[in-house]
Design a protein around this ligand. Structure first.
Ligand code: SF4
Length: 274
């Protein structure tokens, strides 16, 4: 049910239909209510759960689950202990752990293969990502797709996500507190996917993952590791749209990433898409 609804809402957003509003309910409450509806339908129970608030659901017998609690007040350790990408997505999609939830339209969790050998990490959703719920869409996304293909990666065989899952208003720089609250999702995504290589796009994602203040030019030329995973740095596709002179060096970085992934193949069994 929630998967069907998610696809329906994404389609509405891509068609620029107006948002659906349930008066008196926050977006997070509606997402949690849909989860309850999923579970109620599974149990053959009541289908009117979607109209009840968290408090009403809780008063009727502890329907507010542990995942719902995590989306509101989970610690980093609890989120990093979630067992799979589905539960991680479920917590993230209702997350109110930092103020960015107040103005978002969508949580942009990330997309791609659950067993990707390459995880691509950008900074944060922009306006188009916030509207569609998908990472790296629009002109920068199309350019990313072409760059990946130039190195033999189809978009659907890698995993693409951002450091932050919600859009900072006006595309301002993320604040340290927001990064701190949101980073457990990214850390757990990487652990669960267990890629051969991580590719960081742009100075913000690179500096955040590597905890350095170096220039992107300098970071591109070094070998890095993040929690035991080889990490490469390149320019952000949106920056290439503003400065096409960086396209050639970015293409070269992607070819290097291709070699890194191929080299790692000998050290890790080939995975299948999920
Ligand atoms: S940015 Fe991250 S921590 Fe903040 S509300 Fe969104 S998912 Fe939660």
């Amino acid at each position: 049910m929630s998967e069907l609804l998610r696809r329906y809402l994404q389609t509405r957003r891509s068609l620029e239909e107006p948002p659906i509003e349930l008066p008196g309910r926050t977006r997070a409450e509606v997402v949690r209510a849909i989860r309850r509806l999923d579970r109620a339908v599974e149990r053959g129970g009541r289908a009117d759960d979607v109209t009840r608030s968290d408090e009403e659901a809780g008063a009727e017998g502890g329907e507010v689950t542990d995942l719902e609690r995590l989306s509101r007040e989970g610690t980093a350790q609890e989120i990093e202990a979630l067992p799979d990408l589905d539960s991680l997505r479920e917590v993230a999609e209702s997350c109110v752990r930092c103020p960015l939830h107040e103005e978002r339209s969508s949580v942009v969790f990330g997309e791609g293969s659950r067993t990707a050998r390459l995880v691509c990490v950008g900074e944060a959703p922009g306006a188009e990502e916030d509207r569609t719920g998908r990472p790296f869409v629009g002109r920068a996304g199309k350019l990313l797709d072409r760059l990946l293909l130039s190195a033999g990666f189809r978009r659907e065989e890698v995993f693409i996500c951002n450091v932050l899952k919600c859009r900072p208003p006006g595309n301002r720089d993320p604040e340290p507190g927001e990064i701190d609250r949101c980073s457990p999702y990214l850390l757990r995504q990487i652990e669960l996917i267990d890629p051969a290589v991580i590719l960081a796009f742009g100075s913000f994602a690179s500096r955040t993952l590597l905890d350095v203040r170096d220039s992107i030019r300098s970071m591109r030329q070094q070998e890095h590791e993040f929690r035991g995973y080889p990490l490469a740095v390149t320019y952000h596709p949106a920056a290439l749209l503003r400065n096409p002179n960086w396209t050639r060096p970015t293409w070269e970085d992607l070819q290097k990433v291709r070699r890194m992934v191929d080299d790692a193949r000998d050290r890790k069994p080939e995975s299948t898409n999920g």
